[in-house]
Write a protein that binds this ligand. Sequence first.
Ligand SMILES: [Mg+2]
Length: 251
Amino acid sequence: MESNRESGAIVIAADGFSGNESLPRGFDWRGFDAYLFDIDGTLLNSRDAVHYEAFLIAMQELYGRAVDLTGVPVHGSTDPIILLKALEMAGVCEADGRATLAEAMRRMCTEVEARSEQLRPELCGSVEKLLAELKAGGKLMGVTSGNVERIGWAKLKAAGIDEYFSFGSFSDRNETRTEIFRWGAEEARRRLGATAKVCFVGDTPADVESAKACGFAVIAVATGIFPLLDLAKCEPDMCIPGCETLWSYAR
Ligand SMILES: [Mg+2]
């Protein structure tokens, strides 16, 4: 398996098939009404430290102490959970952290927006092609992200893809990823009708688990920090190295 992965040939589809990526199998990725995308590691990777530094600045200003994110899980997490965990590790109890959580998130947003020209989002391969194709096909597109809303939109805008998305579900309204995903799917169905078919796209085991917990399909892309085989173990409906592979699965 490892040698296949290194050769870039491995693709895993819904039926567990792996190998020749030219063979379409099983999962009809075009057959949904709405597509809900995670941001970091899925649509883009930030090649800057603006969001990270906003955490540090907000915590320094609000809690009067230098706090860093060393040892705090960030991939697949959400901004409020990251903040609370970092504060806990710095000796701030959860009650005190929660008392100023909304203010800390606002401070982070102000920081990121003030430095928006320093944002360096790198789009993941074929993301623009995919978004354009889905848009041309009349699909509804949204983002479901652990980012605070204003920060999420700032990244999408800097990447030039914000206008593809009709709505977003972020960590201001809901704290956990599963709640964020559930709200996003419900919003898609509010807009399209109760039977609309929804598919999530994400890059972490947490994305796969949240989509499955909500009862919806999920495509896992290995464009973040998680290798393809780690994602495959979570059994997403489709597991691919990146969006560019999707067209190998044309119906
Ligand atoms: Mg992600």
